[in-house]
Design a protein around this ligand. Structure first.
Ligand SMILES: *Cc1c(COP(=O)(O)O)cnc(C)c1O
Length: 391
């Protein structure tokens, strides 16, 4: 136990120790921290990915309850055994059409989808070109695949080109992996430039739309839809657990790729199928998305308001164009201190530290959701700017 103790102490000293803090969700994007020394004041949640406020929407609750009551709590087997039910196929076909692909395959979560898809597509003798800021689940898939892993500078197509020119020819298959909206930076991938390189260097392109699905594109089909490049991307990964307010994930691709992944992806083959209540919520989310396009517009207006208020309050950083607003602080301890002061002012904001982000770039990561009213956002922006100036 001695070495475990030592390792934990070292983490704590560098302000990198992580612990769970249970909260109580009290609806409408508000939370209460349940701690013995906490008076339990109500905080506005700025750390949730419930961008469209779908997780509490009656349409999702009803659709989830319907499948739950019809089909029970669990599927009790993997899809390739007796867990393959018609509602899985229904959801796959709906989500494939949302992201403009021929087919889709469900996974237990986005983490499992990334690990499963990457290990299915490439292996020893192949090469992966991975944006430096890609999500941990993408890195885990890369490492597990056994393919050669080359990281290129974040959102830098020139750096990618340089590395592809140097390395591509020595390997069999090449896979480029990017996110469309980066989870901790909130910025956009230069998809058009990456697609040009994918063609030039005969590579496969996989795009993780975890933070774009439901929010971008005419139908909420993600950044790929917004930029009209559906047919130029070889595999799209998306999750139901963020803007769609449910759980689980999928890969969407041409049918032949889906068949290939189904035959090779171990997190798909060896894991129990997603349960009825979860599929019900996801189906409800896709219907809601189609019925209420103005939800996306309202959210975008709120995001613009929040950012312009921050700027007018003296925050000088680039705030990007997405619902994810990173405020780079630098030192982990300072980021923690600011997050803790913000709690005193009724704002639930999380500090994001290494290894989730590069050392020296600890940050507050705020996400704007449809739970936030305009008056809430203006007040929050002011409190945030003041707290950063004084902490
Ligand atoms: C959240 C996230 C995932 C993981 O999705 P889960 O469904 O939460 O497991 C994968 N990729 C990116 C970019 C993410 O932000």
């Amino acid at each position: 136990m001695e070495w475990i103790n030592k390792a934990l102490n070292a983490k704590e000293q560098r302000s990198l120790f992580r612990e769970l803090l249970p909260i109580e969700k009290i609806g409408k994007g508000r939370v209460r921290i349940l701690a013995p020394d906490n008076p339990g004041n109500i905080l506005i949640d700025f750390s949730s990915n419930d961008y469209l406020a779908f997780s509490e929407h009656p349409a999702l609750l009803d659709s989830s309850k319907n499948l739950l009551h019809q089909f029970g709590t669990g599927t009790c087997a993997s899809r390739l055994m007796s867990g393959d039910l018609s509602f899985h196929h229904h959801l796959e076909s709906k989500v494939a059409s949302l992201v403009g692909q021929e087919g889709a395959l469900l996974f237990g979560s986005g983490y499992l989808a990334n690990v499963g898809v990457i290990t299915a597509l490439v292996g020893k003798g192949d090469i992966i070109f991975c944006d430096r800021n890609n999500h941990a689940s993408i890195y885990d898939g890369c490492l597990l695949s056994g393919a050669r892993l080359i990281r290129f500078r974040h959102n830098d197509a020139n750096d990618l080109e340089k590395k592809m020119r140097k390395e591509r020819a020595r390997f069999r298959h090449a896979l480029i992996i990017v996110e469309s909206i980066y989870s901790m930076d909130g910025d956009r991938c230069p998809l058009i430039d990456i697609i040009e390189l994918k063609h030039r260097f005969d590579s496969f392109l996989m795009v993780d739309e975890a933070h774009a699905l439901g929010l971008y594109g005419h139908n909420g089909g993600g950044l790929i839809e917004e930029e009209g490049v559906n047919s130029k991307v070889d595999a799209v990964v998306g999750t139901f657990g963020k803007a769609l307010g449910s759980y689980g994930a999928f890969v969407a691709a041409p049918i032949i790729t889906i068949k290939f992944i189904l035959n090779r992806a171990r997190p798909f083959i060896y894991s129990t199928a997603l349960p009825p209540a979860v599929i019900g919520a996801s189906l409800g989310a896709l219907s809601l998305l189609a019925e209420h396009p103005y939800y996306r517009k309202e959210l975008m207006e709120n995001i613009a308001l929040f950012k312009s208020t921050l700027t007018s309050q003296g925050i000088k950083q680039q705030l990007g164009s997405s619902q994810i607003v990173p405020i780079i602080i630098g030192e982990s301890q300072r980021a923690l201190n600011i997050a803790s002061s913000l709690q005193g002012h009724g704002l639930f904001v999380k500090a994001v530290r290494p290894p989730t982000v590069q050392p020296g770039t600890s940050r507050l990561r705020l996400s704007i959701t449809r739970h936030h009213s305009s008056s809430m956002l203006v007040r929050a922006a002011k409190v945030l700017a003041e707290t950063i100036a004084h902490e």
